[in-house]
Design a protein around this ligand. Structure first.
Ligand code: CP
Length: 307
């Protein structure tokens, strides 16, 4: 299987075998020293939205494979601030690098970039649409902590409307026979197009507004932040601010399974209390750590260093 020169835009572009292949390469990245395989290669990180984990783990991954990194975390420091177009910027930057990692506030920006440049483009999050590399690390975390990917009951909690990590992960888990519970306030439900896609993939889906009566059935709770920055109307945000607050006593009060895992793409705000951090449920910092080997695998395969 070859990922050489391939864009990573949407998880829907990958079949089950391809997803498992990336997870397998990730495991190899953890077991073997590949510290020079990207020597001489240059990654451009172009971030039009804030990021801690995605940008820094891509940078760490590239450097740990012997490659180099250029780019920006703030487009205000580029000639875009002088009026240069996004497409002219991309045509310029592709001349400096072998692969681009792009985060943008507009849905479709990664596909737009991939259509313009001749180096692989990796979507690091495009608006509320998708975040496919987060999905690979989420799957890898599930596999490592649950031991399986098949047939799990997953509860997605929080901002399911704007939560791009949820959209991508739900699509991927559809390949693995997951039963999905979407728990959100009414104005932050999963978008219709996502639900239609999951229906097409014959996923058993349930929708609810709270974990009551559901929590005890779940193998994984995937909690997300309410994304204040994406609300057009601040009053709508105030209606849901702080609506979910997971804590150790709250979770235990639900009668959850002993081997329940609680995931979160992070950053968190107030939806997940630090009382959960030391528990066996909490795997969100494992997700953070898995970001580096997963992104090493993605960079090494799209750059053709591993076939
Ligand atoms: N999970 C994630 O995308 O985090 P950052 O926004 O910090 O990159």
């Amino acid at each position: 299987m070859s990922f050489k020169q391939r864009d990573i835009i949407s998880i829907l572009h990958f079949n089950k075998e391809e997803i498992l292949y990336i997870l397998d390469v990730t495991k190899r990245m953890e077991q073997t020293d590949y510290s020079q395989i990207l020597k001489g290669k240059v990654l451009s990180v172009l971030f039009f939205e804030p990021s801690t984990r995605t940008r820094l783990s891509f940078e760490a991954a590239m450097k740990r494979l012997g490659g180099m990194v250029i780019g920006f975390a703030e487009s205000g420091a580029t000639s875009i601030a002088k009026g240069e177009s996004f497409s002219d910027s991309l045509k310029t930057i592709e001349g400096y690098c072998d692969v681009v990692v792009l985060r943008h506030y507009l849905e479709g920006a990664a596909q737009f970039a991939a259509d313009i440049v001749n180096v692989p483009v990796i979507n690091a999050g495009d608006g509320s649409n998708q975040h496919p590399t987060q999905t690979f690390l989420d799957l890898y975390t599930i596999l490592k902590t649950k031991g399986i990917l098949e047939g799990l009951k997953i509860g997605f909690l929080g901002d399911l409307k704007y939560g791009r990590t949820v959209h991508s992960l739900a699509y991927a888990l559809a390949y693995f026979g997951a039963e999905m519970y979407f728990i959100s306030p009414p104005n932050l439900r999963m978008p219709n197009d996502c639900m239609e896609e999951l229906k097409k993939r014959r996923v058993t889906c349930h929708e609810a507004e709270s974990l009551q009566g559901i929590g005890k059935q779940l193998d994984v709770i995937y909690c997300t932040r309410i994304q204040e920055e994406r609300f057009a109307d601040p009053i709508e945000f105030e209606k849901v601010r702080g609506i979910y607050r997971l804590s150790k006593p709250m979770i235990e009060g639900l009668g959850v399974k002993d081997d329940l895992k609680i995931m979160h793409p992070l950053p968190r705000v107030d939806e997940m209390d630090e009382s959960l951090d030391g528990t066996n449920y909490a795997v969100y910092f494992d997700q953070v750590r898995n970001g580096v080997p997963v992104r090493k695998a993605i960079l090494a395969t799209v750059l053709g260093a591993i076939e």
